[in-house]
Design a protein around this ligand. Structure first.
Ligand SMILES: Nc1nc2c(ncn2[C@@H]2O[C@H](COP(=O)(O)OP(=O)(O)OP(=O)(O)O)[C@@H](O)[C@H]2O)c(=O)[nH]1
Ligand SMILES: [Mg+2]
Length: 414
């Protein structure tokens, strides 16, 4: 069992645990940050120190609900033809031909602000905004016209050089305290052209560095200093700066919005899979901490059953988070030109009965609850069920994340 929860359940002095809370929490989060703000963490610590377990339960519950319901609105801006719609489709996990994908084409297609909801996560909307390069673009009024306050952050896209208008827009966004990111698309095209024209001296990393240097020089020319640019190909989210972009977006977001973003990241890199695993682990841990605290509050209803169908639903939800739900698996198999059976042959997360029938988990849960019972006097089946569920959810999560990596490698190999 997790050290902290274990100490909690064995009745270790809460005051003593409060000093360990923040250092322990920091070991659970990745460098992209966690799902609780510093303010929330401080209030949980204070509640623990003062032994106000009900306050602690309420704070954790409030934060979990907030994280689960946080909407995310992403503005994507750029000149016509730079790949805005393609970028939006890539982040929504849709190919150009999928139903509901943003129109992509060689002729100008985006003329007005258009929302694209994420197919799996309806609280997430990408906004395809009219380009900055059109004659109608007026930097002074643009942000008002498109409704600045509606967006969590702005992606400014170019497939060549960023223009003066992009710099003016970036400055205006910065002045209002919001984040923006310069994304340079179509680097696959640049690499292809270089390779064709200079087959003997071609060096992928050198070409990418040249594009990066040129973007930074270009941004500095138009008055945007010390900025990062992210080189991407909308046809290949596994390569170039896509993984770094995902991590940066996550780090910059307010803590309660990170959970929403991390779930929608397509499982197209090990980094994305690990970020998801990490966040969901954190959520399981916070849930467990909340339930542990609840079990110590007198007169508080604490009934924890072990409902098999609930557990099955939980496993399926994790599969869906990692793009391993039935529909996604079918689509992957189709893309790889293989059968679902062949694709899933080495996956373990499809076998719910085996996962749930685990004697080790039952044994571990019993050991853990023994110390709780010695403090609280008497066997508490509810606590046993809760600890069992905690172990089981961690097992579901790890099995699904490992399967996601297997499928990722199959995809990359093909
Ligand atoms: N090679 C390559 N082509 C891309 C990439 N992104 C987009 N394209 C192509 O560029 C063309 C324009 O892409 P769109 O996504 O429609 O661009 P847009 O910015 O939405 O264009 P408008 O809607 O007209 O403003 C299409 O033919 C895409 O297939 C990329 O990263 N690499
Ligand atoms: Mg478009």
């Amino acid at each position: 069992m997790d050290q902290f929860i274990s100490a909690f359940l064995s009745g270790t002095k809460f005051q003593q645990l409060s000093s360990e809370f923040l250092p322990y929490y920091s070991t659970l989060i990745s460098k992209a940050g966690g799902m609780l703000s510093q303010e929330t963490l401080n209030s949980i610590q204070t509640a623990l120190k003062e032994g106000k377990l009900k306050d602690m339960v309420d704070k954790i519950q409030e934060s979990l609900v907030e994280a689960e319901n946080a909407p995310l609105n992403v503005a994507v801006i750029g000149e016509s033809g730079t790949g805005k719609s393609s970028f939006i489709n890539a982040l929504r996990g849709l190919s150009h031909e999928d139903e509901g994908s943003a129109d992509v084409g060689v002729v100008e297609t985006t003329m007005k602000k258009t929302p694209y909801q994420h197919p799996k996560y309806p609280k997430v909307t990408f906004w395809d905004l009219p380009g900055t390069g059109t004659p109608k673009f007026l930097p002074e009024t643009y942000l008002e016209t498109v409704g600045f306050d509606d967006y969590d952050f702005f992606i400014i896209i170019s497939s060549t050089r960023f223009k003066n208008n992009d710099a003016v827009l970036a400055q205006a966004i910065k002045n209002r305290g919001r984040n923006f990111y310069f994304v340079r698309t179509k680097v696959d095209d640049d690499l292809y052209n270089e390779e064709i024209s200079k087959p003997k001296s071609f060096n992928k990393e050198r070409v990418l560095q040249q594009i990066r240097d040129s973007c930074l020089a270009n941004l500095s020319d138009i008055g945007v200093a010390e900025l990062d640019t992210f080189l991407v190909s909308n046809f290949d989210m596994t390569d170039f700066d896509f993984p770094r972009l995902e991590e940066t977006l996550l780090k910059d977001l307010p803590a309660h919005k990170r959970h929403t973003l991390v779930l929608l990241l397509p499982c197209l890199s090990e980094a994305a899979i690990e970020m998801k695993r990490n966040f969901l682990k954190q959520k399981i841990w916070l849930d467990a901490l909340k339930t542990s605290a609840l079990s110590f509050i007198p007169l508080m209803p604490f009934i924890y059953g072990f409902d098999l169908s609930e557990q099955e639903k939980c496993l399926y939800l994790y599969r869906s988070y990692f793009d391993l739900d039935d529909k996604s698996i079918q689509k992957i198999a189709q893309n790889l030109g293989t059968s679902v059976q062949e694709l899933t042959s080495s996956m373990k997360s499809l076998d719910f009965p085996s996962l749930v029938k685990d004697d080790v988990i039952v044994e571990k849960a019993k050991n853990c609850v023994e110390s709780y019972c010695s403090v609280n006097g008497g066997p508490t089946s509810s606590v046993l069920q809760f600890v069992k569920t905690y172990f089981l959810h961690l097992k579901f999560l790890n099995t699904v994340a490992d399967d996601a990596k297997i499928i990722l490698h199959k995809t990359l190999e093909s």
